[in-house]
Design a protein around this ligand. Sequence first.
Ligand code: SF4
Length: 485
Amino acid sequence: MMTPEQYIESLRNQKKEVYFMGERVENVVDHPAMRPHINAASVTYKLGTEEKYEELGSATSHLTGNKINRWTHIPQNQEDLVKKAMMLRVAGQITGTCFQRCVGMDGLITLYSTTWEMDQDLGTDYHERFKRFLIETQNHDYMTDGAMTDPKGDRSKRPSEQHDPDLYVRVVEEKEDGIVVRGAKMHQTGAINSHQILVMPGTAMSPKDADYALSFTVPADEKGVIYVFGRQVNDSRKWEGKIDQGNAKYGVVGGEALIIFEDVFVPWERVFMYKETQYTGKLVDRFASYHRQNYGACKAGNLDVLIGATASLADMHGISKAGHVKEKLAEMAHLVETMYSGALACSFNCSKNGCGTAFVDPVLANSSKLNTARYYPEVTKLSQDLAGGFVATLPSEQELDNPRIAPYIYKYYSTGENVDPIDRIKMGRLVENMTGSTPIIECMHGAGSPQAQKVVIQRSINWGEKIKFAKEIVKDAKEQNEVLQ
Ligand code: SF4
């Protein structure tokens, strides 16, 4: 396994084609817009290798018996799924933001069982290929970017019906030794700091979409793979100083990028689905359930940090003993624990796939993500309510270097003899950045928009059974009436 330092150094050896704000970035590791997100991802390596966390952050590979990082592990039982959720909460508490590696983890887990099923049904050899890739990933402790979301163009049309055929990733040439792919994947969390890209179909497809029913992997610095790193609200603060960013070490959300595949060659050995459209829906649903399991845990960890910042500000403001403050803090904690309980519940209520992989309860996992999309903004609203308006009007950290102004900042931002006004400003900035628009939007749409969870829930619930329960009660009441008469 790699240590955080080894992980960061390993990124220096890559020759990725990355662009940000109109320029090519040769060195992502030391770029101020990217480094905080790299630090956040490095925490997944910390959990795998530090004694204090390794019980959660490491696992034993069911393929090799080697000790591996849990972010590369295929859950074998209920305990593995529960530990996955617990690990994410801890990583969320350390970083206060997205640590990115879970999309790839869930891609590995999903493809492991889906390729097994394809081989069973179709006589293909995808699973054996995939196992070789997985063992390599585990042995080298690679960070995998799970790439699912296509640009999608007109949402009312299928991939093959779009005005531009490249709006979903597709095969453009079949060769003896592999395929050539073209297209793009959007909103790719951790892409610029991953070792490899694992592409999966982003939607259920019909036979007409066969050229789009693809899963494959390429090294992250493969020729023809281009990254455009996204902007975030207030991101220029990252290169303007340390305080105004709020979370200078780990950043806000995951540092997302657009990945462009400019006619990229993929050898057959790295292709895990090729035109089997009938498996696309199953793969997407399965991946979504695993990733929706996570949200109740990683976001709970992030919000633990926000609750801490809010309580700390309440202390600094001298209001922590007020009844309404205690009540609102309790409400925040209640919402967070409700989110987390969903992540645990879907893990406890798991089942096993044919190949022995443990699978979360999909209804509970989707309910947990839906709760997270609903409660996360509630918690941020309560935090803003308690933290006060100063969070939105703070002067820039550059004023602290101005001898004419700095003494006034210290004087007027002080709330008591024992409160360092700079600590108060830092905490205010943390609240401002954690409750701003980027994390709220990410929480809403990451792992799928709320409507996607409602569709799964609607589809999965046995409505007839529920009606039967009600009819039984009414029937019993009728029988009882007859007895009484
Ligand atoms: Fe992991 Fe959460 Fe980030 Fe998804 S949003 S990659 S689950 S930390």
